[in-house]
Design a protein around this ligand. Structure first.
Ligand code: T4K
Length: 400
């Protein structure tokens, strides 16, 4: 089969995105809008904001939660509330830029630490050698909602007097050892962006360790204002508005269903990809209740016969818009590349994984037939390649 024939056979009529938000009923949103119009209360801790905060707290099982306009500002405030505004913080390079940028905006030097090849999260065995006199905290990420080695990280933090802030942007609803994953560490930050399993269009939350801390977080997200005449700290505008909160209230009603549907899609992928040599799926941990927010695979080009980038290009031509989360590593960005810890030789696992990873489409109303089709493209792409007489993969020139 030629490239063209392959694409013709497998190209889907419409693009299949890596994710899609679950859209609530428009009529229900209009009802919420009518209420907002009548009240003329648009933001600044309005009634929908307060209701959503209560409902998410109870859904997640965490008492001290503050809503935010997005996850990035929540990360900035997390650092500020712990007075981490200088020195160094140990973090992962295998993440979305927001994690590292939050450190930069608080004038903190990121120290990149390599990841564990199984979990793809910070490797706890690599943290201690990076701790120095200027280390203030550890900022791990529960990548794809998969739990970090929370116990090992906590032990290290306690031994060295460090704080732990989890970037839990992907971890909405995940439970670890029967506890909400966001209850580990000093603080955790969630993202409710449109691309997340649970969304408020843009949005996020910060989970504090106590009511007192939450009070301070709430001041900081409102310019540090405690009352009309008192500013208690260098705050910022991190508030979620009523329109976002309304969307969130509706999404929250759908989120269990969304998690369940994504679980079914993940199971279909697991079945459809299990016999393809060179394709690795991440193991499901028995101590974790996952949210199936992402479906990453790792492509071993030697065994699969096609590189990650070649498969990515073929999928694009077939209208399957998988994403390379997270490539390139944030340690490669020009603003961080000169740091000693950003040297690729220090981050061997993260470097390899970032060249192998591909996140496949996953969202609640993704058709099972489409998932099977994607699995078939991945299987056939490899088989077609191996059928060439000269052994050269036919997709080397595949273009996006
Ligand atoms: N920490 C971590 C570990 C994170 O992953 C993120 C965000 C943050 C912190 C920061 O949290 P926030 O400040 O964002 O709350 C997306 C998101 O913009 C970003 O929030 C997310 N991580 C990251 C993993 O993914 P892009 O650049 O890939 O988004 P985009 O616009 O290419 O969208 C991806 C696909 O989603 C599209 O192909 C189609 C679909 N989509 C997207 C939007 C915006 C929709 O169907 N509807 C939409 O409205 O970053």
């Amino acid at each position: 089969m030629t490239d063209q024939e392959f694409i013709q056979q497998f190209r889907l009529p419409e693009p299949v995105h890596v994710t899609r938000p679950a859209m609530p009923d428009l009529k229900d949103y209009v009802e919420y809008l009518t209420g907002i119009w009548d009240r003329k209360w648009l933001t600044n801790a309005g009634p929908l904001h307060e209701a959503l905060e209560r409902e998410i707290s109870s859904f997640l099982g965490v008492p001290h939660l503050s809503l935010f306009c997005n996850g990035t500002i929540a990360l900035l405030v997390a650092l500020e509330v712990l007075d981490i505004d200088d020195g160094e913080v140990i973090t992962t390079p295998f993440t979305f830029p927001a994690t590292t940028h939050a450190l930069h905006w608080n004038r903190i030097r990121p120290v990149f630490c390599d990841i564990d090849p199984e979990t793809l999260n910070l490797d706890p065995c690599r943290i201690e050698p990076l701790i120095g006199p200027e280390t203030r905290a550890i900022l791990p990420v529960h990548v794809y909602g998969r739990p970090c080695a929370v116990e090992a990280i906590q032990k290290i933090a306690e031994k060295h007097g460090l704080r732990v802030i989890y970037d839990a942007a992907h971890a909405f609803g995940v439970k670890y050892n029967g506890k909400p994953l966001v209850s580990y560490g000093d603080l955790s930050v969630l993202s409710f962006h449109a691309t997340k399993l649970f969304s408020t269009i843009e949005g996020g939350a910060l989970i504090s360790g106590s009511d007192l801390q939450r009070k301070r977080v709430n001041f900081l997200k409102n310019f540090g204002i405690a009352d009309e005449e008192t500013v208690v700290g260098p705050g910022i505008n991190g508030k979620m508005n009523e329109f976002q909160a309304a969307f969130g209230l509706m999404q929250l009603k759908m989120v269990d269903y969304e998690i369940q549907n994504r679980g079914a899609i993940a199971a279909l992928y697991r079945d459809g990809l299990k016999d393809i040599s060179g394709i690795t799926m991440l193991q499901e941990a028995h101590d974790t209740e996952p949210n199936n927010g992402y479906f990453p695979i790792l492509i071993d080009a030697e065994r699969y016969g096609v590189t990650r980038d070649e498969l990515f290009a073929v999928l694009r031509q077939c209208n399957i818009l998988a994403r390379k989360y997270f490539y390139p590593l944030i340690s490669h960005a020009s603003c961080y590349a000169s740091l000693a810890s950003a040297a690729p030789s220090n981050l061997m696992v993260a470097e390899r994984v970032s060249r192998q990873v591909l996140c496949l489409p996953i969202y609640g109303d993704l058709e099972p037939a489409v998932v099977r089709h994607i699995c078939r493209v991945i299987a056939e792409c490899r088989q077609s390649v191996s059928r060439h007489d000269d052994g050269a993969p036919i997709y080397r020139q595949a273009r996006v």
